[in-house]
Design a protein around this ligand. Structure first.
Ligand code: SF4
Ligand code: SF4
Length: 393
């Protein structure tokens, strides 16, 4: 990470703090603390700066602990854990007032090419709406607060008229309060297209200290915020660990605080699977000041490369097999950084890569801007393709 980029973002954050509002909350030690809220763009929703990325959790006791601690936004998706994620949230949220939380889910359109992000004839509103109705049933809700088009990585998807019309119609019918796009590839292009289109309310974007295209993404986020888009940051932990062996963890408080040092980021959705993580994230609800030691940790982590793939696609042109390398690197991160084989397997099953493609090359001609050993990592993670899903999930 360029130190200049890092500091520029931090200074912008300090300026942004002046505009946020607070709510009193009693801390563990009895001393009054205040939760930091930001306004999610033109939605007007006041959201605590840390929200719950539910993605990998099926434990509603964790959700309750986060809710009791002051988190108010919960982020899931139609596809997470084959629907169990939405079902778990549905069972928990019947116990608290509907107006007391913000529920966001995502629906992934069918038939989108994982390399190009382009739609096909299978990409239809009918498929999208069928999945969304099932999500509502699992969630036991009449409406969701935010519905994202899941993993839209091209301008063509952001402008996909059939699906965007269907989403606007859901909004008109009151089944969805706000619509958005989630993206972790070509994020600046996707965000700029959302701004141009003018119909979107919220963007959920990959955002962390270890991104190679941070300057471009920061500029896109600035224009998003100016246009009134709510901005939610994901993948803030940059993979969670810097090595496959899990000997070097990313400093989670530093990573989250860094993301929030950009005032154009309104909330973050770290994935939470343990009570320790809940407690760490709750601390950041009331204190987002990045310390000098935390900054040092991030500079060192960024220099090490880590497990996080920027999804820049620069490697693909050097690969004669045209492998979907960014998706395979993301699966690698899910498996070794998050320790979640089911998510890694889900992602691999969406690609057409087979388990043995790299064995056809004597030497790897694809080059990674981060210096990843692509052949080694792909050969390693592609083995999952041959493991039956019921042994994993
Ligand atoms: S080794 Fe794998 S990633 Fe490298 S060029 Fe061959 S098929 Fe592509
Ligand atoms: S593997 Fe490397 S070159 Fe390929 S998309 Fe990821 S960061 Fe870019």
């Amino acid at each position: 990470m360029k130190r200049r980029t890092f500091l520029r973002s931090g200074l912008a954050g300090a300026a942004g703090l002046a505009t946020i509002s607070h709510t009193a909350l009693a801390g563990d030690n009895g001393v009054s603390q205040e939760i930091i809220y930001r306004t999610l763009g033109k939605t007007g929703l006041k959201v605590p700066v840390v929200s719950f990325g539910v993605m990998r959790s099926d434990n509603n006791a964790l959700v309750k602990a986060a809710y009791d601690g002051g988190m108010r936004m919960f982020d899931t998706a139609h596809g997470y854990m084959n629907g169990r994620n939405e079902e778990m949230l549905g069972s928990f949220f019947t116990s608290v007032p509907r107006e007391s939380f913000i529920l966001a889910t995502k629906v992934k359109p069918a038939g989108v090419d994982s390399r190009t992000g382009l739609p096909s004839r299978e990409t239809t509103a009918e498929d999208f709406l069928t999945k969304f109705e099932l999500s509502l049933t699992r969630l036991k809700m009449d409406y969701v607060d935010i519905l994202y088009m899941h993993a839209a990585d091209s301008a063509e998807m952001v402008k996909h008229r059939e699906i965007t019309d269907a989403m606007l119609d859901l909004k008109k019918k009151g089944k969805v309060r706000f619509i958005g796009v989630s993206t972790h590839k070509n994020e600046p292009l996707v965000i700029r297209t959302m701004v141009e289109e003018g119909i979107w309310d919220v963007v959920l974007t990959a955002y962390n200290f270890n991104l190679a295209h941070l300057d471009d993404l920061n500029r896109a986020l600035e224009s998003a915020a100016k246009a009134g888009l709510g901005v939610v940051a994901m993948k803030t932990m940059a993979g969670g660990f810097l090595d496959k062996e899990k000997t070097k963890a990313v400093n989670p408080m530093a990573a989250l605080k860094w993301a929030l040092s950009n005032p154009n980021v309104h909330t973050t959705i770290p994935g939470i699977t343990t009570f320790d993580q809940v407690n760490t994230d709750l601390k950041i609800l009331t204190d987002i000041t990045l310390t000098a030691d935390e900054e040092k940790d991030l500079v060192a982590a960024a220099a090490s490369g880590g497990l996080y793939c920027n999804a820049c696609q620069n490697c693909i042109k050097g690969c004669p097999a045209n492998l979907p390398i960014p998706e395979m690197m993301r699966a690698y991160m899910y498996a070794y950084g998050y320790g979640n084989l089911a998510m890694a397997s889900d992602l691999l099953r969406e690609t057409d890569a087979t388990a043995d493609q790299c064995t056809l090359c004597e030497t790897c001609t694809a080059e990674c801007i981060k210096g990843f050993d692509l052949k080694g990592k792909i050969t390693d993670i592609a083995r999952l393709k041959n493991v039956p899903y019921d042994l994993i999930a």
